[in-house]
Design a protein around this ligand. Structure first.
Ligand code: ADE
Ligand code: ZN
Length: 329
């Protein structure tokens, strides 16, 4: 990595833990758990095989299927945050899905215990602060989302700092999930949701009108509605932008058409993220590098993105100010 970019203190607010497991790690964990993975999960080049958004979500479910024990969560948490730390990330929070754990018989408590052990190890060995966001899965519906929110609020943990939602944006409405989000926010958890990724600006309006969110996962398609950009800036709702993911999923055909610079120019708080690094052939370090290469962002502008990300993060205030002091301004 270019030295100047390498030295920028980086921040990642949007990744999915289950989407960080590389094919070799999936195979290693599957082997020790005596799990037979589905044929066709990998390509000949040893990447995950998928073609479109729904195909990606299916491959993601299949990869998660290798996780069977608390130690599996510990290992993937450690490996992911370690890879972040080695790229200069000072703070990262990752989405973790209790529904994926439940599907293979792992309890919420076991899952969190594994992740917490991974975080403890990585924070001891590297200069990184790591936290978890509990994520419900949109296509599993509002009732499941309520269960997930309750699991989170009934089992507080010092590393769990927020609530979110991923999954298929075409299914259900945002308002269907307001009961789950209200459970989270009433218990003091800040919230985010995926919107404006595969669906248009109306999905972002729905999110900010129906759910108590201070951030939006992606939200890039807000650029199609000037009034919405103004609203996001005025309400200080931050966008967790993942350019590499957007290109991989064909939300935009190339770097030139990606609206990162237009969004930045609208005064909206932005972070740069990898989303599902193992699926989209990216890392947060590559996203910063591409910020310089394809969006012409200077070191100062990239540092400013890191600072915006810390301010929008869900970590406690004291840690926030400590982390902010590490970013050159
Ligand atoms: N779950 C994991 N990655 C996702 C993405 N990019 N969009 C929606 N749901 C997801
Ligand atoms: Zn995502």
């Amino acid at each position: 990595m270019d030295n100047q970019i390498k030295n920028i203190p980086k921040v990642e607010l949007h990744s999915h833990l289950e989407g960080t497991i590389s094919p070799p790690l999936v195979r290693r964990i599957a082997k020790r758990n005596s799990i037979t993975l589905k044929d066709g999960l990998f390509t000949d080049e040893d990447k995950f095989a998928w073609e479109d958004f729904v195909g990606f979500l299916n491959a993601y479910d299949e990869a998660s299927f290798c996780l069977r024990k608390s130690i599996d969560y510990e290992d993937i948490t450690y490996e992911y945050f370690k890879s972040c730390a080695l790229e200069g990330v000072i703070y990262a929070e990752t989405f973790i899905s209790p529904d994926h754990a439940d599907a293979v018989g792992i309890s919420y408590q076991e899952m969190i215990l594994g992740c917490a052990k991974g975080i403890e190890r990585v924070e001891k060995e590297f200069d990184i602060v790591a936290r978890l966001i509990i994520s419900c899965v949109r296509h599993l519906g509002p009732e499941k989302a309520i269960e997930v929110a309750k699991l989170m609020t009934d089992n507080p943990h010092k590393y769990v700092v927020g609530f979110g939602m991923g999954g298929n944006e075409y299914m259900y409405t945002m308002n269907d999930f307001s009961p789950a989000y209200n459970i989270a926010v009433n218990a003091g958890y800040p919230c985010t949701t995926h919107a404006g990724e595969v669906c248009g600006p109306e999905s972002v309006w729905d999110a900010i009108n129906c759910l108590p969110v201070s951030r939006i996962g992606h939200g890039v398609r807000s650029v199609e509605d000037r009034e919405l950009l103004t609203e996001l800036a005025n309400r200080n709702i931050a966008l967790e932008i993942c350019p590499g993911s957007n290109l991989a999923l064909n939300v935009y055909p190339n770097w030139e058409s990606h609206p990162l610079n237009e969004i930045l120019g609208s005064g909206i708080s932005v972070s740069l993220n990898s989303d599902d690094p193992a699926f989209f052939d990216t890392t947060v370090g590559k996203e910063y590098l591409n910020g310089s290469k394809f969006f012409n962002l200077s070191t100062k502008e990239l540092c400013n993105i890191s600072a915006m990300a810390i301010k929008a993060s869900f970590v406690d205030k004291k840690t926030k100010s400590r982390l902010l002091s590490k970013i050159p301004q």
